[in-house]
Design a protein around this ligand. Structure first.
Ligand code: AMP
Length: 404
């Protein structure tokens, strides 16, 4: 299949061609025709599957050109970084159209956002908190909205945005097209989908594994006290281009950063206690190669599109199984090869066990040759069969707990 067959606006196809994409990815091939027909969509797909273009390309095609009835499309994202990234893609794919856009997120002054809203933005990309502020101050009127996109819904709910999201949806007209994307589909997410969507088409990219096939991942058992040294030894040994190191806490992120800086690595840090400008500088510097290592908490694990990440190193085993999948999904994007390694000490057994159950496979154990381990690492993979709990995840299986 080619992009010409998807009924997209020629101006959009031209931008896609300039971007260098040859063929639509599976989620694009499935979702774009449905969105172009004006239907609601509920989509789940692995990270790095081309989901952003799957909704931005048809959205731009349907809006076509500027209208005074602004805003006509709203895209909700959980974090400022994701919102910025989606906005970047909109700017690129929409470069041959005269649509106007506005990016709304917290942690910055209101001035520029207010001005863009006053001038009339066809498409608004926003994080929920700041958008609510604008709604309450009467700066934005959603009554002409045609398309609502709720992206990374599971993440939005994890971050406690459920009330804001429902409040925003209530401000949108009932007659609209809604596109709903979530990496996971727990009951509370399906219940929200049930309320928000109208006879949706389900788009799902089936995969044998929840983890990207292009990622080689492994566990490196080590005494907790030697984790700093092992991390350093790995960085010396690996032929890396850029490395994302994930830590469980903000304090760990700061400590690991300091340790790596002391050993002459070019490192940036990203976590919730850093200011917006510090986060932007860290991400930008990492993308541009100024920093070869980015140490981050899970704020960076979902959806961030950083190309060329060759290695993900989990300094701790993530406590949340889904975070494991998202973290290692930061490498191996769009079918490029990547490696994802997790430093593991025995006190983290329960977390590792939960992850292996969740991804329904055992992760190979490895040791770093040449590293002086205090105690010989145990490389045996526990042999117990994993009980596969198949839950009924059928859409509509739960009546909605919300009312429009
Ligand atoms: P996403 O899942 O939207 O974060 O996209 C993951 C990566 O795939 C991004 O770097 C996109 O630029 C890239 N991508 C999206 N669509 C295509 C396509 N049709 N062909 C090649 N790469 C793509």
């Amino acid at each position: 299949m080619t992009f010409d067959e998807l009924n997209l606006l020629p101006a959009v196809v031209q931008a896609v061609r300039e971007k260098g994409y040859e063929n639509p990815t599976p989620i694009q091939a499935q979702a774009i025709p449905v969105v172009m027909e004006g239907k609601d969509v509920i989509g789940s797909a692995q990270t790095g599957t081309g989901k952003t273009a799957a909704f931005t390309l048809p959205l731009l095609s349907r809006l076509e050109k500027h209208s005074d009835k602004c805003p006509r499309a709203l895209i909700l994202e959980p974090t400022r970084e994701l919102a910025g990234q989606v906005d970047d893609q909109l700017v690129f794919y929409g470069k041959h159209q005269d649509l106007t856009k506005c990016l709304i997120y917290g942690g910055v002054k209101y001035g520029a956002q207010l001005k863009a809203l006053e001038e009339g933005a066809d498409v608004v990309v926003a994080t929920p908190g700041r958008l609510i502020d604008h709604i309450e101050q009467g700066n934005i009127d959603l009554s002409n909205l045609e398309i609502l996109v709720l992206d990374e819904v599971d993440r939005m709910l994890d971050m406690g945005f459920i009330d804001q999201v429902t409040q925003i949806v209530r401000k949108c007209p009932k007659e609209r097209q809604t596109l709903f994307f979530s990496a996971t589909m727990a009951d509370k997410i399906l219940s929200l989908a049930d309320w928000v969507l109208n006879d949706p088409v389900r788009v799902k990219i089936e995969s044998n594994s929840k983890t990207a096939d292009t990622v080689d991942h492994a566990i490196f058992p080590v005494d907790g006290i030697q984790k700093y040294d092992l991390l350093l030894a790995m960085l010396e040994k690996f032929d890396y281009n850029s490395v994302l190191v994930f830590t469980r806490t903000k304090m760990d992120a700061d400590r690991v950063t300091r340790w790596l800086l002391d050993h002459d690595h070019k490192v940036a840090t990203m976590h919730a206690d850093r200011s917006q400008s510090e986060r932007r500088e860290a991400l930008q510097g990492f993308k541009e190669g100024k920093y070869e290592i980015l140490v981050a908490t899970d704020i960076a694990s979902r959806g961030l599109d950083i190309s060329g990440v060759t290695h993900v190193i989990n300094y701790n085993v993530p406590q949340n199984c889904e975070d494991y999948v998202h973290r290692i999904g930061r490498t191996g994007r769009a079918a490029t090869e990547g490696e994802a390694f997790t430093l593991y000490s025995t006190d983290e057994l329960a977390f590792l066990d939960a992850i292996e159950r969740f991804i329904e496979k055992k992760i190979p154990r490895r040791k770093l040759e040449g590293f002086r381990y205090r105690t010989e690492p145990d490389l045996r993979v526990p042999g117990t069969a994993i009980a596969r709990k198949k839950r009924n995840r059928g859409f509509n299986s739960k009546p909605g707990g919300f009312r429009r």
